[in-house]
Design a protein around this ligand. Structure first.
Ligand code: SAH
Length: 244
């Protein structure tokens, strides 16, 4: 099983995920995600970040020996997470792994949690990019950003910055300013967690230094707007209709 734990709070773990986690004999994942699984009799195998393929092979080896294994991811396991790593391991791995029952259990992904928190920014067409160039060249990210602007999509960035890549988010904002002009920007940090913080800003004013690895960055389409309220946070929404 490859199970999504949602963005953070226990109430956003699906009933299906909770039930299957309770039945697992082994729980495998990046340490902070394993720590979010409620106590049970399962063996816990916590690993470092960025060893996804090793983790996937370990899970498949245990499952082939008869264990009921839960590989856990934050958010949804299919969005920049473990599910694709498991299938990559199956594709290049032992023949017997192809006969396992592999169940991918969805979760609330960060872009949906962030969007719901601020209103309805995804009311019309949108696209999602990982800004990390660990697994793809930066030139491909630039090409996709241009295409997203040309299509007038709402854009969401996962993995927008890390200690190893502090400048890239600034480069991405600069490219968007050149190609799209002005847009609503929301920095949704640690949505649903105690350290949650939401910044409502724009391409002209956004501070790249405000973006960290807990942040989901939303950039509006040309139609995305704020509904201002007195002494309350604004609502952000994108109308359901667009002109061609
Ligand atoms: N599988 C996860 C995403 C993994 S990539 C999912 O579906 O949500 C990790 C990135 O997700 C982070 O860098 C951040 O951009 C985003 N993210 C995950 N949880 C978040 C949260 N609670 N609030 C804001 N962004 C989050």
């Amino acid at each position: 099983m490859v199970i999504g734990l949602g963005p953070g709070p226990a109430r956003q773990v699906t009933p299906e995920a909770s039930q299957l986690l309770a039945e697992a004999t082994d729980i495998i994942g990046y340490g902070p995600y394993v720590d979010r699984v409620p106590p049970s009799a399962a063996r816990r195998h916590a690993s470092d970040n960025r060893v996804e393929l090793d983790r996937a092979r370990q899970a498949l080896t245990l499952a082939a020996d008869g264990a009921r294994v839960a590989v856990v991811s934050g958010g949804d396991p299919g969005v920049f997470a473990m599910a694709a790593a498991v299938f990559e391991a199956v594709e290049s791995g032992e023949e017997a792994w192809r006969e396992l029952d592999i169940l991918v259990v969805p979760g609330v992904t960060a872009v949906l949690a962030a969007a719901a928190r601020v209103g309805a920014p995804l009311g019309h067409d949108f696209c999602v990019l990982s800004l990390s160039d660990n697994l793809k060249p930066w030139s491909l990210i630039e090409k996709r950003l241009s295409a997203a602007v040309a299509g007038d999509f709402v854009i969401a960035f996962y993995n927008p910055a890390s200690k190893a890549r502090p400048e890239q988010i600034g480069k991405a904002f600069a490219q968007l300013r050149r190609e799209a002009g002005e847009r609503v920007v929301v920095l949704a940090k640690a949505v649903g967690r105690p350290d949650e913080e939401i910044v409502y800003t724009s391409l002209a004013s956004v501070e790249p230094g405000d973006v960290d690895m807990r942040t989901l960055v939303l950039i509006g389409s040309s139609q995305t707007r704020l509904i201002e309220r007195e002494e309350r946070e604004p609502w952000v929404y994108t109308p359901r209709r667009a002109e061609g």
